[in-house]
Write a protein that binds this ligand. Structure first.
Ligand code: F6R
Length: 261
């Protein structure tokens, strides 16, 4: 795992967007794993700008989102399909048929989860997975005690996550209590993972995920097992990391990061 510390949220998101753009230019058929949430809005803004100003081409790539609420139709402004259309898909030249989210409206949710896994396989697996981290330490909606080898399935949201996302719904009582999420096992099979965390509210859980023990209590800690995972943070989210100086030194010296410094 590598950790890159940027001065502010905007710079951190910009770096992540530039890495995605680099991957997409190197492989126009990229299979991109996507996340939603406030943190990602800056990343999508940058990608849209790169599409408009730098001809970043999405026409051949495919996407798989990490999660979707159970019981929300795609037209619901709180559904993740709606979020993706609003922040990215509608503004770039992606073929909508190549964009995938779990079907939280399926009559048979278990079957929908199995189909999602098969579809990912049929596309050859995920090349690059973008991730955020929740205050409960989740990636996707893999709440505490999610099995480290779990696959796409329905999860009940923890009170911490309900509290985190309730403002979007105008209160916890209007929020779905369950979501379909890729499993921890599904996520760490991606060829490359990049986690973006910004803001002081993520500092404690981020330090647990990066420098703490691998534990299902903090599902993001499983990324320590991944052979190619980069964690990008702003100063506020990096606050509780013990080895900050070392991470800065690596970023300043590794040739891989030269064009991003
Ligand atoms: C959503 C997802 C979640 C979020 C996390 C952080 O698709 O994967 O794990 O990344 O809850 O959300 P924000 O960015 O709103 O703090």
């Amino acid at each position: 795992m590598e950790v890159i510390i940027q001065p502010q949220q905007e710079a951190a998101a910009h770096l992540v967007a530039r890495v995605i753009a680099h991957e997409l230019r190197a492989n126009p058929h990229l299979v991109l794993g996507l996340a939603t949430g406030s943190t990602m809005e800056c990343v999508y803004r940058q990608l849209v700008r790169m599409h408009r100003e730098e001809h970043l081409d999405f026409s051949l790539c495919s996407t798989f989102n990490l999660d979707e609420y159970v019981g929300l139709i795609p037209a619901d402004p709180n559904s993740y399909r709606f979020y993706m259309n609003r922040h990215l898909f509608r503004h770039v030249n992606i073929d909508e048929r190549n964009t995938h989210l779990p079907n939280g409206m399926a009559d048979n949710l278990e079957e929908a989860c199995r189909q999602y896994e098969s579809l990912i396989k049929r596309f050859g697996g995920i090349d690059f997975q973008l991730l955020g981290i929740g205050r409960a330490g989740h990636i996707g909606f893999n709440e505490p005690l999610s099995a480290l080898r779990s696959r796409t399935r329905v999860k009940a949201l923890t009170p911490t996550t309900m509290e985190q996302n309730a403002p979007f719904f105008g209160g916890v009582e209007h929020m779905p209590r369950r979501a379909i999420t890729m499993g921890v096992g599904t996520i760490i099979e991606a060829r490359r993972c990049m986690l973006l965390a910004t803001g002081a509210s993520k500092a404690t859980v981020l330090a647990q995920a990066v420098e703490g023990p691998i534990t299902s209590m903090v599902s993001a800690s499983t990324l320590q097992l991944h052979p190619h995972c980069t964690v990008v943070v702003d100063e506020a989210a990096a606050e509780k990391l013990i080895e900050k100086d070392y991470y800065r030194w690596v970023f300043e010296n590794e040739p891989e990061w030269e064009e991003y410094r």
